[in-house]
Design a protein around this ligand. Structure first.
Ligand code: MN
Length: 263
């Protein structure tokens, strides 16, 4: 009969632990260690100041205008807000006064525009109440939640994640951030998008089902929000396809226009 010498087991365990611990570095020191290679920081220009806004996460709200919810096949009266994320480095910054080239992405044959108000946070937290939520907003930008609609629909039809339809390179287009101190908060105002001079989307921020304050409150129930998070607040109805050569012009009352050309 084989008996296990408990001291041997303990000693072996201790040696293994010592072996694991010896070459490792304390967590505090790891923070100061030099990365093995550099990864570019993602930032957004801020109007009127030389500092830039560092981006932590990109959240997007789905179906936040009743008429858009209906065109996407859901009931705007019953569904709670839902959110998805885009990777931080999906951001394409579009300078004011320029028409930025935007590459038509791979895999899709039905590439859609979604013009949206974007809120940028300077602080965060969990379980933020709606009446305190706007205190966390640093500023606002005009954005496009570009979407590979055919891939999104295909995945949704199979009850699979939307990732490939929403979270690809250059999918988070936006203009510079305007600090709240200069613009105030956006609760109403015309928002529109034209393609080659023809208006396609045309609505008002007051038609959002969930306000920016409510979006922040709801998001903070699911995630700890932090400085650097940005929130795409949903698109009005009449989303539609673009092709190479199209010029998109986005307008939001109170902010400069933002424009891209699909190339
Ligand atoms: Mn959207």
């Amino acid at each position: 009969m084989t008996t296990i010498d408990r001291r041997t087991v303990l000693a072996a365990g201790a040696a293994a632990m010592a072996g694991a611990a010896t070459p490792s570095t304390p967590a505090a020191a790891q923070g100061a260690a030099k990365p093995v290679f550099d990864v570019a920081a993602v930032t957004i220009p801020i109007v009127g100041q030389s500092e830039v806004f560092p981006v932590r996460r990109i959240y997007c709200i789905g179906r936040n205008y009743a008429a858009h919810a209906i065109e996407r096949g859901s009931d705007p009266n019953r569904e709670p807000p839902f959110f998805f994320q885009k990777p931080t480095d999906a951001i394409q910054n579009v300078p004011t006064g320029q028409v930025a080239d935007h590459p038509y992405p791979s895999l899709t044959k039905n590439y859609h525009h979604e013009v949206e108000l974007v809120a940028a946070l300077k602080s965060g937290g969990t379980n933020i109440s709606p009446d305190k939520a706007l205190d966390h907003v640093f500023g606002y930008a005009l954005g496009l939640d570009m979407t590979r609609r055919d891939l999104q629909n295909e995945m949704a039809g199979m009850k699979k994640p939307w990732e490939i339809g929403k979270s690809f390179d250059h999918a988070a287009v936006l203009g510079p951030i305007h600090p709240v101190a200069k613009t105030g908060h956006f609760t109403k105002g015309a928002i529109s998008l034209a393609v080659n001079g023809t208006v396609r989307q045309n609505s008002n921020l007051d038609k959002m089902i969930w306000s920016v304050a409510e979006q922040i409150a709801k998001l903070s129930e699911a995630f700890e929000l932090k400085a650097g998070d940005i929130i795409y607040s949903g698109t009005p109805e009449n989303v539609g396809p673009v092709v190479k050569g199209d010029v998109l012009l986005c307008k939001l009352e109170g902010l400069p226009d933002m424009s891209i050309k699909i190339v």
